[in-house]
Design a binder for this molecule. Sequence first.
Ligand SMILES: Cc1ncc(COP(=O)(O)O)c(C=O)c1O
Length: 429
Amino acid sequence: MKALGELVAEGWLIGLERVGYRVVENLPIEHSTIADSKNIQAVAIEYKFVRQGTALPEKSASEYAYNFSGGLPDISQFPFHEYKRAMSDVLTRPDLSQYTYGDSAGSPELVHQLKEYLRQTRSILNRDVVVTNGSQEALYIIAQLFLQAGDQVAVEALGYPPAIAAFKSAGADLVGIRLDKNGMCPLTLEAQIRFGNIKLIYLTPLHQYPTTVTLPIKHRQAIYQLATKYKIPIVEDDYDHEFHYRCQPLAPLAADDPAQLVIYLSSFSKIMFPGARIGVMAVNKRLATAIAEYRLMISHKSNVLMQASLAKWMSSGGFERHLRRTTRQNLQKRDHAVELLRELNCFEFVVPDGGMALWLKLKRKSGNITSAKALAEKALLHNICIQHQQQFIVNPMDSSDEHIRIGFAGMSIEKFATGIHKLIALLKR
Ligand SMILES: Cc1ncc(COP(=O)(O)O)c(C=O)c1O
């Protein structure tokens, strides 16, 4: 029956109900002769790519025994069961108008929820919201819209590699602006703007990636004034603002932006899970339209089921409950991590006001390994993933190699402690 089924599918037979099978009148012989690869003498083509992406990681994030990568959330704590109700609701009563092309800026329900969320949590008002496939798509589109070969982008001297890759993909050169203990140094930025060709500034002001420091108000104002003076848009990546523990987080630059030069982006990868691929941009109307138009060439829109279920989850209050729960858990995790690392006394560090990671400087006499890169490489051999300073360096001449970045939010307090003890054992061995 299987063989007969296959012959029917290939067009050799037709099935006649309660009669049997007959050979078709016009056999599909012509087609099969053409498709017969034995008659084609060809050498496999060698593609000549003119552009290249980022090298794929050897392992996926979940394959490590201990993955301390800085920004991973604890996905096992996500309330999938509760989210299932939102998803089921959406599938039971689908809004068919959403299930086709169109609305490339985002579904109206989700856009409405996100506007309200950004208003309440980040004081962002009067902006258009665009839903993207994670903030990475937003970064890529911004790079494509604003940059061309020879342009420069000012970024923090230690920065977020996927953003840097997106800017480079548009042909731009990256200029790493010196970081002081507060984040990007406005004086160095000014010098680079005056003597260079800076077309965009990329900032992570709330929790600088990777060093975790919060850019103080004075620095923010100085950078904003420079950007206004020289008419340079600022990309503000507010990627984990939900997790700020010491006090209310400082409002983003986008909350007070009379010159409309701040391109605000954030992500649901930390508060939900990275695979959700939900990013959000808050921008002025003209830019929102340009982004939506550009998306038509890439992805049209974000997954409608994800958008609709997230909107439902937010309107039902489930998202807010999850937010409160996760913030409390992450604060506990940070405090345990800080206590443990102080006890072990192998690193110097400043306790961050928020975020999901610690920036640790190797103490000189803490072990045999003094290079952060060497420690990370050794850890990898033992199935432990940590990030090291060299991975974030923008300026090629910078050889600093004394810090590691350790995420504390991605696993339980117990697992974190076991993993850190293993790491320290490697450091001392
Ligand atoms: C600085 C920064 N921006 C953005 C993101 C989120 O990216 P996405 O929304 O593409 O998952 C991350 C996640 O690690 C990040 O560290």
